[in-house]
Every structure is written in structure tokens, then in C-alpha cells.
Write a protein that binds this ligand. Structure first.
Ligand code: DP6
Length: 360
């Protein structure tokens, strides 16, 4: 039996088109509404995590982008993911023992060394917690050789960061909010793989790479407590939009996809402004991008050519079909040259998780 085992995997970023904003349970991370996202290609944006497990390690340690995190024991979200995967590993070890296997390494009991890094600026607010926690949980599952589906894993990744559950799949992914109080049905499911709509692309415009003022975690609970508009959004708007966006994806109806995406981004930011005191994530450049895309969409025929969406920060993600991407890049490069400096084009054609399968 070896003394040390190691695994490395990577995970993608996802950008929601129907946004998650609000928790009904903050420790299990159960959302107040379902959401849906597109997973971006790993060519430009990915988290990469290497985990070693050894009976010789004195403690579980974590390095993020090369810097060791202190207080790992008090990191509730990390601990929730470790607890859940270790429990599954323990069950797996027991089942192997019952079926007569010998020399099963008790990895569930050993300490871990976790190294995680992003190949994009963490501070740029580009969903680093989503890819980071998805990668952590996926690496643990591979290291522990867990016989478990991506949807099952998504329920664990959800406890690291809500949006992380959607990074367990490539393509188009729904996080179904579920009804149960224990979170057993609050999970991610793939609506369609990335190959379903290869013409769809995403372009990231980095308006600012400064760390955001109000974190998503903190901001959304202020909204839950104080916004009346959120109640309307949860009960009346999102259920209809989830149905609509799934239909738009199924039929590759870009106009419908774009309209829902832009309306949902607008409403998410309206809900932030309706929070008391208000939260402002977009800035003047973000709003100018909205005006530019609106004019661009209204300049042609009946259909739309681009859809903007903004998360909890000023940066824009533009979804468009391949045929229009060049034109949009030229437009953005003309009016907002600096927004394309950090990142160029982000395609969703190679999206998904994969394992490099290393073991020492
Ligand atoms: C605006 O998943 O970062 O990006 O669950 O507290 O970690 P926690 O929040 P997080 O929130 C993401 C919010 C969003 C919308 C979305 O991705 O759906």
C-alpha cells in the first residue's frame, strides 16, 4: 500500500443566464430560486486543483494560488465538502471490505494537502468560487475513487459555493432549487451538452479587475432580508424564465435566449438596487455596454445578435452566435478597447470537466 496518493483535475467557470440570488438555508446553501448557466471553455478560464492524501501528513492544509490559507479548520464551506466526500469514501471502503477486498487504503482518515489555482485573475470577479469548489469536489471524488454521478457531486459542491454545483457539467446546466429541507434534491442537471449549440459563444469584457465591494454571499442575504421585489422575482418571474430558457436552448432560439438573459440580468441588478441599503455592482462602463448592445440589437432586422449579462460586479459577459462575434469584438474594441485587454475570446466548445489522472 502506498503512503501517498495524488490527483489533479481542472474545472470550468459558468456564467448564469437565469441568476441565483438568495438562500433559504445559508449553511446547506439552498437557493430561493432555480438558476441556469452556460459553462465556458476551459481553454481560457479554469481552476486546477491537486490534492495529496497521506497518512504522514500532520494536518489538512490548503494553498490558493500559491499562498497558504490559515484557519482551514474554521473554513465551514471547505469543511462541509471534505466531510461529505470523506463520508462517501468511508462507505466505499466499508463496502469494499465487505466484498472481500484487502489492503484498502483508509484515505477517509488521512489528512490532505490541497493546492488550487486559477489561470485567470481571481479578483476580476469571474466566478472563481464556482470553478474552485467544483474542482475541489471533483478532485476529491477522483482521489477517493468514489462511484458517484456528477449530479450527486453537485450537491456537495453546492455546499462550497452555490454556483459551483453548475460547474460540474459542461454545456447548459440548471440548478434545480429543490423542495427538501435537507438539500437532497437541490442539485445541478445538464440541460444540453456543449455540442448541442456549437454556434453559441461567450465574450468576456473585463471592465474592472478590482475585487468587488460586496461579496455575493453577503449581498444576497441583505437582498433576502430587505427586498420586496425579490419575492416577486422568486414566485412569479423565475419559474416562467426557467421554462422559457430551457425551451430557447432546446430549439436554439437565440432571440428568446437573448431576451431572457438580458431581462434576467436587468432584474437581478434591479433587485440589488431594491436591497436596503442598495447594492450597486454595475458602473458607468457596464451601463454604456448595455446601451451599445441594445442599439446594436435594434439596428438590424427582427432578431437579436447579442445578449449581455452581469454578475455581482461590473464585468460583462456577452453571448452571441459565431457569425456575429467578429463584429461584436470590433464594436467593443472600438468603444471600450480596454475591456478586451485582459481576456480575449471565450468559447464554450470544449467545456466540461476532465481528469489528468495522475497518481504517485
Ligand atoms: C450573481 O455562488 O458566489 O454570480 O453560494 O454564497 O458562494 P455563494 O454565492 P455565489 O453567487 C453567485 C451569484 C451570481 C449569480 C449566479 O451565478 O447564478
Amino acid at each position: 500500500m502506498a503512503n501517498i496518493y495524488e490527483k489533479t483535475t481542472t474545472a470550468p467557470v459558468n456564467i448564469a443566464v437565469v441568476k441565483y440570488w438568495g438562500k433559504r438555508d445559508t449553511s446547506l446553501i439552498l437557493p430561493t430560486n432555480s438558476s441556469l448557466s452556460v459553462t465556458l471553455s476551459q481553454d481560457q478560464l479554469q481552476s486546477k486543483t491537486t490534492i495529496r492524501v497521506s497518512k504522514d501528513f500532520k494536518a489538512t492544509r490548503l494553498w490558493l494560488n500559491g499562498i497558504e490559507e490559515t484557519n482551514v479548520e474554521n473554513n465551514q464551506r471547505l469543511q462541509a465538502c471534505l466531510r461529505a466526500t470523506r463520508l462517501l469514501r468511508k462507505e466505499y471502503e466499508n463496502s469494499l471490505a465487505i466484498s472481500g477486498h484487502v489492503n484498502i487504503p483508509p484515505l477517509s482518515e488521512w489528512n490532505l494537502h490541497i493546492c488550487s489555482e486559477n489561470n485567470f485573475p481571481t479578483a476580476a470577479g469571474l466566478a472563481s468560487s464556482a470553478s474552485g469548489f467544483a474542482c475541489l469536489v471533483y478532485t476529491l471524488a477522483k482521489l477517493f475513487e468514489l462511484p458517484i454521478s456528477a449530479t450527486d457531486l453537485s450537491r456537495i459542491a453546492r455546499q462550497g459555493s452555490g454556483s459551483a454545483c453548475r460547474s460540474m457539467f459542461g454545456g447548459f446546466v440548471a440548478w434545480e432549487m429543490g423542495d427538501n429541507t435537507d438539500g437532497s434534491d437541490s442539485q445541478a442537471v445538464q440541460i444540453a451538452p456543449e455540442t448541442h449549440w456549437p454556434e453559441l459563444e461567450a465574450l468576456i469584457c473585463v471592465v474592472s479587475d478590482l475585487k468587488k465591494g460586496t461579496s455575493s454571499t453577503e449581498g444576497m442575504q441583505h437582498t433576502v432580508k430587505t427586498s420586496e421585489l425579490l419575492q416577486h422575482r422568486i414566485s412569479k418571474v423565475v419559474p416562467e424564465r426557467m421554462r422559457g430558457i430551457k425551451e430557447a436552448i432546446k430549439t436554439r432560439d437565440f432571440k428568446k435566449f437573448a431576451e431572457i438573459t438580458m431581462r434576467d440580468s436587468n432584474q437581478f441588478h434591479a433587485v440589488c438596487v431594491d436591497t436596503f441599503p442598495p447594492i450597486f455592482y454595475m458602473n458607468d462602463v457596464s451601463r454604456a455596454i448595455i446601451r451599445l448592445i441594445t442599439e446594436y440589437n435594434n439596428s438590424g432586422d427582427e432578431t437579436y445578435k447579442a445578449a449581455y449579462t452581469f454578475d455581482a460586479g461590473p464585468n460583462a459577459v456577452i453571448y452571441a452566435q459565431k457569425e456575429n462575434i467578429k463584429e461584436i469584438i470590433n464594436l467593443l474594441a472600438h468603444y471600450f478597447p480596454s475591456t478586451l485587454d485582459l481576456n480575449k475570446e471565450y468559447f464554450n466548445d470544449h467545456a466540461g470537466l476532465f481528469s489528468t489522472d495522475e497518481k504517485i
